[in-house]
Ligand binder design. Structure first.
Ligand SMILES: [Zn+2]
Length: 275
């Protein structure tokens, strides 16, 4: 199943780059080095997401190299192209135009669901508390672009967008929102998330394991039996002193550093983290 995921991801990337390549060719300022560089950095993102899975298969299917060796500005353009994703060209390959109304609407709803930008409180005594949650508006645009590049058709786009929005707004599932805000789920992953990925803690643990961010075995077993990693008594909320909490862990610093634990209070929705 993991190999399928790699294949799908690789195929998406390759499709995207083929399309970009065609556009570059037809606009006559193709820079081969820039595209190659862009592709390899996409692939490294991909490999990071998949925790070092073998990417030989996807590298084999690199788009054919083409002529042209314009340097300079093309490099910068290719980089911005990469960060913009498929947004630069619409589904029919026409140059970028205004975003469709339904996408603007989804961006607004996503931003609304994320709420305002905020710092994550770091529990006293831990180090390295500089990261901030992502800006909700930027995040919403990135998610829209990721959705649009995977689902150019309006109905498919909207089906996934609805599912994402439902889970973001689900009061019983504060963790999903938290995970997207801190980058546990990246915007590029959002189009592929199933309802189960978004809702279920078992699935999260499975992912965490695949990414080598495993929780202790015992906690994973506990989560499997109880269906949700809601712990009473393990953490105490600084705001309401409640002890019903749910948490997940993520590597936010270099891999030899301990993981950061993100905790949500199930009583008052306060959130904090510690290292
Ligand atoms: Zn609380």
């Amino acid at each position: 199943a993991e190999d399928d995921a790699v294949r799908t991801k690789a195929k998406d990337l390759v499709d995207y780059w083929r399309q970009a390549l065609r556009k570059r060719k037809s606009s006559g300022d193709l820079s081969q080095p820039a595209l190659k560089r862009g592709l390899s950095s996409s692939l490294s993102l991909c490999s990071e997401a998949l925790a070092g899975k073998d990417l030989a298969a996807s590298q084999d299917s690199q788009p054919p190299a083409s002529q042209g060796s314009a340097e300079g500005p093309a490099l910068a353009r290719a980089d911005s192209l990469l960060s913009l994703g498929q947004e630069s060209f619409d589904a029919s390959g026409a140059p970028k135009g205004p975003v469709d109304a339904y996408r603007t609407k989804v961006q607004e709803k996503l931003a609304e669901a994320f709420g305002k930008a905020e710092d994550i409180e770091t529990k006293e005594g831990s180090e390295g508390g500089e990261e901030q949650m992502r800006d909700p508006v930027e995040l919403s645009v990135e998610i829209d672009e990721a959705l649009h590049s995977v689902f150019p058709k309006k109905d498919e786009y909207l089906a996934q967008a609805r599912s994402v929005l439902y889970n973001l707004k689900d009061k019983k599932n504060p963790t999903f929102r938290f995970k997207v805000l801190v980058g546990f789920f990246k915007p590029s992953q959002v189009p592929k998330l199933t309802a189960e990925d978004m809702a279920s803690i078992e699935k999260s643990n499975e992912r965490a394991k695949q990414r080598k961010y495993a929780m202790e075995e015992i906690q994973a077993d506990w989560a499997l039996k109880h269906g949700q990693l809601n712990l009473t008594g393990m953490f105490t909320c600084g705001k309401c002193k409640g002890t019903k909490t749910t948490y997940f862990q993520m590597q936010t610093r270099s891999s030899d550093e301990p993981m950061t634990t993100f905790v949500s209070c199930l009583t008052c929705n306060n959130r904090w983290k510690f290292c």
